[in-house]
Design a protein around this ligand. Structure first.
Ligand SMILES: Nc1ncnc2c1ncn2[C@@H]1O[C@H](COP(=O)(O)OP(=O)(O)OP(=O)(O)O)[C@@H](O)[C@H]1O
Length: 310
């Protein structure tokens, strides 16, 4: 089966609430695709539609070219984690997985493999009711992997994880994508996807705001800005502003310079004997890039509102 997800023109209302308003994007194999947007943007509803759990008013979602409900062995084709908290608390983690494995015609050996993959071996014979949220997330990922599916749909998998767990999850998701799987991961925090996602689909109010590669997004948000570290801040500001740059003070000994290349900044400082300890091209964080993108969307909405109020 082809490892892809195609979402086309999904529309869904809950009473007067528009949850999905023409949601359209694709998820490619071999990549982690981040699915990001604020609370209520429609991420979970889209994932539920992909997994055939929610009907939609219009549009369609295909996994490997077919609707989920028509897949012959769905759990061998798509693994999902929607709500890690949904567990039978009196059952051990291992029994939870065995029960799921048996329903798919798989045995205990496969359970042991996925438990080891997610690093839960030492806790797997304990009752799941005593698991932390981070451990439940690991158990949920193990369950998603049982059928060794080429497509993974994970709703907020790092929710409740400690920094060590988040670091583990980042590496793990990347390794699953490196095996050629299509991995769709939602988050309401762009920063959670830093160092994980290759591609991001940014959503708001039930539709896609941006569908872009992470490196392109960061490059365009980084602009032609240069970070300068100097203990002669006043001299540097006067010199660089005089050469036509826009200079912002961003720390006690840090300036952000826009409008001059790094080479030109070095040449100007050197020529006037202004001391500095670092000149580097500014690299925006994923969070900054997100703010920049969504700011435009917010301004656009504000203009729309003002105009409609006239
Ligand atoms: N079962 C439901 N009944 C009524 N409204 C719903 C239902 N499910 C979702 N909604 C509404 O649809 C909109 C989209 O919700 P959804 O849960 O898909 O967003 P989300 O992006 O996943 O948000 P979050 O990050 O909070 O999980 C929200 O306004 C939500 O309140």
């Amino acid at each position: 089966m082809e490892a892809t997800i195609e979402v086309t023109g999904l529309r869904k209302r809950f009473g007067s609430t528009v949850a999905l308003d023409g949601m359209t994007f694709t998820v490619a194999p071999g990549k982690v695709t981040g699915f990001v947007g604020p609370n209520g943007a429609g991420k979970s509803t889209t994932m539920r539609a992909i997994l055939g759990l929610d009907s939609v008013d219009a549009g369609h979602a295909l996994v490997g070219g077919r609707p989920y409900r028509s897949l012959r062995h769905p759990l061998r084709q798509v693994g999902s984690l929607l709500d890690a908290a949904a567990l039978q608390p009196s059952r051990t983690g291992r029994n939870h997985l065995l029960w799921l494995a048996h329903s798919q015609g798989l045995g205990g050996r496969r359970v042991d493999e996925v438990v080891e993959q997610v690093g839960l071996t030492s806790a797997i014979r304990r009752k799941a009711g005593g698991y932390s949220l981070g451990m439940r997330q690991r158990l949920g990922i193990a369950a998603a992997l049982l059928g060794d599916p080429p497509v993974l749909v994970l709703d907020e998998p790092v929710n409740g994880m400690d920094p060590e767990g988040i670091r583990w999850m980042r590496g793990f998701l990347r390794s699953l994508a490196a095996e050629g799987r299509a991995v769709l991961v939602s988050s309401h925090l762009m920063s959670e996807l830093q160092d994980t996602a290759d591609h991001v689909v940014i959503v708001g109010r039930g539709k896609v705001i941006a569908d872009v590669g992470v490196s392109d997004l960061i490059e365009s948000a980084s602009g032609d800005r240069v970070t300068l570290r100097t203990n002669a801040r006043t001299q540097a500001v006067t010199l660089l502003a005089g050469a036509g740059a826009t200079v912002a003070v961003t720390g006690p000994d840090t300036l952000t310079v826009t409008g001059l290349s790094g080479e030109r900044v070095v040449a100007l400082l050197g020529g006037s004997a202004v001391p500095f300890s670092e000149v580097s091209a500014h690299r925006a964080s994923l969070e900054e890039a997100y703010m920049e993108l969504t700011r435009d969307a917010v301004e656009y909405h504000a203009t729309e509102i003002q105009e409609s109020a006239r």
